[in-house]
Design a protein around this ligand. Structure first.
Ligand code: ZN
Length: 277
């Protein structure tokens, strides 16, 4: 295990949704003031804004725009819905390029009215259809496997092995995977699969938070690192052992934390990052 201490914030990125009550302009100012250097922007934070100017504003606050969240949701039984999903992903790629980020995170989707296998086939076809757009825009597509509790409607890709299989089958420099500890911590093959995507050059993003005990909401009760049962430091050591030098992205959806004073919450994020990741 990597015993190196991580006390600086140079690799800390925070997702805009983590501090959802803040407008993106407020988040930029507040992140920057405390020394955070990366931000991943959720598309809802861009509503009603000029995307290019927003990207410029973020860079003026010394923030790297790590990625845009999110594209995906490819599978639909209905072919016209599959086509509009592809159109929406093309739009997301354009938005990522305008924002000045080189990565679009994919939450791949699932349609419960068909088999998971069929949904996975549609995901593969959907990603294949947008690879030329991604290449033209210089935007990488990262497949984020989601915890199996979301296999009904959010993602038919639920393990890192499945994401790795998909990325390898697509075999494109524009497609990789995102490792999110919330979705993958339970997987007995996690270390092996992290090594696999690292060796293939497919490991593109690393998301952190914690799994609270008990978790009271399947979506909106994520914890700060150290608050639950995920061995974040250990997983980070596996990620870094592959040579990954990207950002550690704090992605917390939490009704409880969104109700708090966000400046206090930001301090808690930094403390948790220094002590437990
Ligand atoms: Zn994530």
């Amino acid at each position: 295990m990597n015993t190196k201490e991580h006390k600086d914030l140079s690799q800390l990125c925070i997702h805009s949704i983590t501090t959802k009550p803040w407008k993106i302009e407020e988040a930029a100012k507040n992140f920057s003031e405390v020394g955070v250097r990366g931000v991943t922007v959720w598309r809802d934070a861009l509503e009603g804004r000029n995307i290019k100017q927003t990207g410029k504003m973020l860079r003026e606050h010394d923030l790297t725009v790590v990625s845009l969240c999110r594209g995906g949701f490819f599978p639909h039984k209905d072919v016209s819905k599959r086509r509009s999903a592809i159109d929406d992903n093309r739009k997301a790629i354009e938005e990522a390029a305008e924002l000045g980020t080189s990565m679009l995170v994919l939450v791949c989707g699932a349609d419960p009215s068909q088999s998971l296998e069929e949904s996975r086939k549609q995901i593969r076809d959907g990603i294949a259809a947008i690879i030329p757009d991604a290449s033209a825009a210089n935007v990488k597509l990262t497949i984020e496997p989601l915890h199996p509790m979301y296999a009904d409607t959010r993602s038919a890709i639920n393990t890192l092995a499945q994401a790795n299989d998909m990325a390898e089958a697509l075999n494109s420099p524009w497609v990789g995977v995102a490792v999110d500890v919330y979705h993958l911590w339970w997987d007995p093959f996690l270390e092996k699969e992290i090594k696999r995507c690292g060796e293939n050059g497919n490991l593109m993003a690393f998301h952190i938070c914690d799994w609270k005990i008990p978790t009271t909401d399947m979506l909106l009760d994520r914890g700060l690192m150290g608050e639950g049962c995920i061995p974040v430091k250990q997983i980070r050591s596996w990620v870094e052992a592959t040579g990954f030098t990207g950002f550690n992205e704090v992605e917390i959806f939490s009704n409880a934390y969104w109700k708090e004073n966000q400046a206090d919450f930001l301090q808690k994020i930094i403390k948790a990052y220094k002590e437990h990741s």
